[in-house]
Design a protein around this ligand. Structure first.
Ligand SMILES: O=C(O)CCC(=O)C(=O)O
Length: 259
């Protein structure tokens, strides 16, 4: 395996801004395999083994969300457990060991599409500690017309706010009246490129105004040692975790480890 040539400048950019865009991370073959896997999952009728965050039709106008596909699809498993991508996450967040939290395929369907409103991810997660980040891999070329990601630079330093309802969103900016909000970075990218964002970074994606789905494969990583807070969540409900216990074990595998 060859590691992605992540530079010190890119790491410094991520730490300062709370996100970074990395172009051409997947080879044409890897992209093709991941697209085929995603399409197989999307064309399956509801599979009870795939955790779906919500089948509410209003929620699915924001995105169709299929969670933990690595557990049910071999092609996605190869991608999600990829050490190459996890090593980028490990170096960005500065952890000794990084674990998988979960993956999810987020598809903005054409038609009556809604924006993914400005929000932070971390308020939805049942965790103690803040060393988490997501890799948002574009499976289609993305720009403002089909819902590329947008980020507010430096917003990961503003603490954890209340969770935003993705269907009837509160104005997250009203929650930080004293902050100087920089203009959003608009992550236009070719398929096979990705962004990484910190769990506290304010982010947004516009509606899909094209006539084709916008597919993104998102992998969320957490530093080893991240502990369970007890908050309900589709990925941890029913596992019998105790508050304060590290979220660990085979369902949350270690994917990269430093020397
Ligand atoms: O893909 C989207 O529309 C939003 C993605 C998102 O919010 C995330 O990956 O945290």
């Amino acid at each position: 395996m060859t590691y992605y040539p992540l530079s010190e400048q890119q790491i410094a950019f991520f730490r300062e801004n709370g996100f970074v865009q990395l172009d051409n991370v997947l080879s044409a073959e890897e992209l093709d395999a991941l697209r085929r896997a995603a399409d197989e999952v999307l064309s399956q009728r509801y599979d009870a083994r795939i955790e779906t965050s919500s089948t509410n039709p209003e929620y699915e106008k924001v995105f169709v969300q299929k969670v933990n596909l690595w557990r049910v699809h071999e092609g996605i498993r190869r991608y999600t457990l990829s050490k190459r991508i996890a090593e980028i996450a490990r170096r960005l967040i500065g952890a000794q060991r990084i674990r998988l939290w979960h993956d999810h395929l987020l598809t903005k369907m054409p038609g009556d599409s809604k924006p993914s409103p400005w929000h932070q991810d971390r308020p939805y997660w049942p965790m103690i500690g803040y060393d988490q980040l997501s890799c948002w891999m574009a499976l289609d070329d993305v720009d403002e017309n089909n819902g590329c990601m947008q980020f507010i630079p430096g917003s990961h330093l503003w603490g954890e706010l209340e969770p935003i309802n993705l269907v009837t969103p509160q104005d997250i900016f009203a929650l930080v009246p004293d902050k100087e909000v920089k203009p959003p970075y608009i992550a236009r990218m070719k398929a096979g490129s990705c962004t990484f964002h910190h769990g506290l970074t304010f982010h947004y994606a516009g509606a899909n105004r094209t006539d084709r789905p916008r597919r993104a494969m998102v992998t969320i990583y957490m530093a080893d040692g991240t502990a369970y807070s007890g908050k309900p969540h589709v990925v941890t409900d029913g596992l019998g975790l105790q508050v304060g216990e590290p979220i660990a074990g085979d369902l949350f595998p270690v994917l990269a480890e430093g020397e």
